[in-house]
Design a protein around this ligand. Structure first.
Ligand code: UD1
Length: 362
């Protein structure tokens, strides 16, 4: 059994994943430390979410902040290596596919520390996305590969991973969603965005877009916004905006009038809105999974996904950059013909328990 466990997290989607694992390991009395790299630092992108998840304050904050990929990766590596020289964990647990995940893994591998990757094996096959590089490197260097779905196992085996290191445990993000859904009723958000009607929530469209492929090119972002404006003639469009997207919309002077742009939301308000949405338009990874779990049609504005189970089993559709199809599909959903799906195997709220059981047995 590992005597001391270090969790390294850095960006918004990491927090929902570490929370259930931390709880499950705490219940087994294992000594744990949380280190926050500071990749995300805004109150809403970071502290607010940590509080809602009931996570303790991170023991260490490296304060790395924004920067180029090499800067972020390098700074996290240097800081983590320094931490290892003072306190050497028996096991490093990392989550998902953000720069902090890969950087911490690299530092640990060089220091000879065992690494466990939660959400291992996902592949989009698209190396133009920084997350795909992060996934490949992290998995290659990890001794424990905790996968959320069968495609993850298959990808890892194809790449030559040791079969004994692969453990299919299910989806830890769904553990968090299941636990917090009862407290995220969305009532306050429905009022805030004027989405209440006499009979129930008005059918509305929820949008999140922040990937470089959608927001870094002025023409692409302008086309997406123009489509959302058209959709907003028929139904309310609510768009909580990531800081990088907000900056691009301002810099490229992209017009909008009907689409409701809000600040980014913390976890509970976003989940509250999501559960009532008629349809979600996104380029996020996690939201493809959450909508599948909630049974809400999801239109993903990407050419590929590292989460194919959400398309094969769930409610997700990949639309690439095809805004005409996006408009048509939203209209179909509003007419009651949205894609139906089911919940993938092992997305049952017990993934973190399985991870803790495996680690406690070693
Ligand atoms: C990162 C992850 C991405 C994930 C996303 C979720 C990588 C490579 N990407 O992308 O996979 O989907 O988080 O949000 O790790 N910024 C702020 N405040 C913050 C954080 C960022 O204003 O708290 C702005 C800065 O202008 C920064 C930009 O957002 O330059 C990008 O932040 P960064 O952490 O580099 O990547 P994300 O786009 O957030």
């Amino acid at each position: 059994m590992p005597v001391s466990i270090l969790h390294v997290v850095g960006a918004r989607p990491n927090f929902m994943k570490v929370a259930p694992v931390h709880r499950a390991l705490a219940a087994r009395g294992l000594a744990q430390t949380i280190e926050h790299t500071g990749q995300h630092y805004d109150a809403v992108m970071s502290e607010g979410i940590l509080r809602e998840l009931g996570l303790p304050e991170p023991d260490v904050n490296l304060g790395v902040g924004s920067g180029s990929h090499a800067q972020q990766t390098g700074q996290v590596m240097v800081a983590i290596e320094e931490h290892f020289s003072k306190a050497r964990p028996d096991l490093l647990l990392v989550y998902g596919d953000v720069n902090s995940t890969m950087a911490a893994t690299l530092a640990a591998a060089k220091a000879g520390i065992t690494v466990g990757h939660v959400e291992a094996g996902l592949r989009s096959g698209d190396r133009s996305m920084p997350e795909e590089i992060n996934r490949l490197v992290t998995d290659r260097l990890s001794q424990w590969l905790f996968t959320p779905s069968a495609d993850g196992d298959a990808n890892l085996l194809t790449e030559g991973a040791d079969p004994a290191s692969i453990r299919r445990v299910g989806n830890v993000m769904i553990d968090t969603l299941q636990r917090l859904l009862p407290v995220a009723d969305g009532e306050e958000q429905l009022r805030q965005f004027d989405l209440r009607s006499g009979t129930g929530p008005k059918p509305f469209v929820l949008v999140t877009l922040h990937r470089p492929s959608n927001v870094d090119d002025p023409a692409v972002l302008a086309r997406l916004m123009a489509s959302l404006e058209k959709i907003a003639e028929r139904a309310p469009v609510i768009f909580p905006v990531h800081p990088r997207t907000r900056e691009r919309i301002a810099r490229f002077s992209i017009p909008y009038a009907r689409t409701v742009l809000s600040e980014p939301l913390t976890y509970l308000p976003f989940l509250g809105l999501q559960r009532h949405a008629a349809v979600v338009v996104t380029d996020s990874g996690g939201i493809q999974e959450e909508t599948t779990y909630l049974g809400i049609p999801c239109l993903t504005m990407r050419a590929n996904t590292e989460r194919p189970v959400t398309v094969m089993v769930g409610t997700n559709q990949l639309l690439g950059s095809d805004t005409a199809t996006m408009e048509r599909e939203v209209a179909r959903v509003l007419e009651g013909h949205g894609k139906k799906g089911s919940v993938p195997e092992l997305w049952d709220g017990r993934a973190a328990e399985r991870i803790a059981d495996i680690l406690a047995r070693t």
